[in-house]
Design a protein around this ligand. Structure first.
Ligand SMILES: NC(=O)c1ccc[n+]([C@@H]2O[C@H](COP(=O)([O-])OP(=O)(O)OC[C@H]3O[C@@H](n4cnc5c(N)ncnc54)[C@H](O)[C@@H]3O)[C@@H](O)[C@H]2O)c1
Length: 280
């Protein structure tokens, strides 16, 4: 997709961080933007920022829990009803849960897989068939993480969800090409970005709350200080816009990742455990 002006973008997790930056980037490209998030207050703040910076942007804002299929389907219905067409979908909403794999209760996996994996699957199923039926060019960008490509200790729930998000996107991309669709897919694998990701429990449902353990605290403290020095989300959004134009499948935010990916592949080919990722 080369021309963005007048087209429609949908962004989940639009109330904060990378999602908010994507909304602003698409508005800056002259697109209509549908924004969804669990947090209605955060969504209104994003809407306010768009109104201040790009006052002519048409916006649709909807509270939506992406872990729930019916809510994502009704988001899609609302967007197609309003504008009749969707051109770019960013399944971006996500949460972080760390910890040692054998200590994590089901609730941690339910929470993180709900947003990070089911959110993507629901988004694909709600939007892609209708985008294919349009017969136009379009693009789906799913947010995984560099933690979906490279392994590290103390982050099992998140890593499992993000490797799955990567696999979902590669499957989607192959299926689109194999079926002759004009839609393309990219997987966004950010490194450490300055967002509110560390405070993911702010929207965790009460029934999925679990006590914070020492291993989790260790990784959350590490992430907190790293994220404070992280890349601005606006930089990531620029990379996403450029990758859609260039039809790049893999969007990597930091220069050290290609080398680490190469080393990982070499380790796997040699049947060794790959090195621990360096995220910064
Ligand atoms: N910040 C980083 O360093 C980093 C690195 C790699 C990947 N990511 C990924 O980027 C994506 C965006 O995260 P961020 O860093 O901007 O964090 P963030 O917390 O600033 O923003 C995430 C947004 O998603 C929303 N959200 C969470 N669960 C939701 C749900 N079930 N339904 C709807 N909305 C939901 C939150 O309310 C929040 O507004 C996530 O998928 C995250 O895993 C972030």
């Amino acid at each position: 997709m080369q021309e963005f002006r007048g087209k429609t973008a949908v962004v989940t997790g639009a109330g904060s961080g990378i999602g908010r930056a994507l909304v602003l980037a698409f508005a800056g490209e002259g697109m209509r933007v549908a924004m969804a998030d669990l947090d209605a207050g955060a969504l209104s703040e994003t809407e306010g920022l768009v109104g201040a910076e790009f006052p002519s942007t048409e916006v649709l804002s909807r509270q939506c829990d992406v872990s729930q299929a019916d809510q994502v389907n009704s988001l899609a219905d609302a967007v197609f009803d309003r504008w009749g067409q969707v051109d770019v979908v960013c399944n971006n909403a996500g949460v972080f849960v760390g910890g040692v794999i054998w200590d994590r209760p089901d609730a941690d996996f339910d929470f993180v897989l709900g947003a990070n994996v089911w959110g993507i699957l629901h988004g694909i199923r709600a939007f892609v068939p209708r985008m294919i039926a349009q017969g136009t060019e379009g693009h789906v960008v799913n947010t995984s993480s560099v933690a979906g490509l490279l392994g590290a200790p103390f982050e099992a729930p998140y890593a499992i969800s993000k490797f799955a998000a990567y696999a979902a996107t590669e499957s989607l991309a192959h299926d689109l090409v194999a079926t002759g669709s004009k839609i393309r897919a990219s997987v966004l694998c950010p490194g450490i970005i300055a967002t509110n990701i560390v405070d993911s429990d702010r929207h965790r449902p009460k029934e999925l709350m679990t006590p914070v353990t020492d291993d989790q605290k260790f990784v959350t403290d590490f992430l907190s200080s790293a994220v404070a020095e992280g890349m601005p989300p606006s930089e990531v959004a620029k990379m996403v816009v450029a990758a859609i134009r260039a039809e790049e499948f893999l969007i990597l935010t930091h220069d050290s990742y290609p080398k680490q990916l190469q080393a990982r592949t070499e380790a796997l080919v040699a049947r060794r455990l790959p090195d621990v990722a360096e995220f910064a």
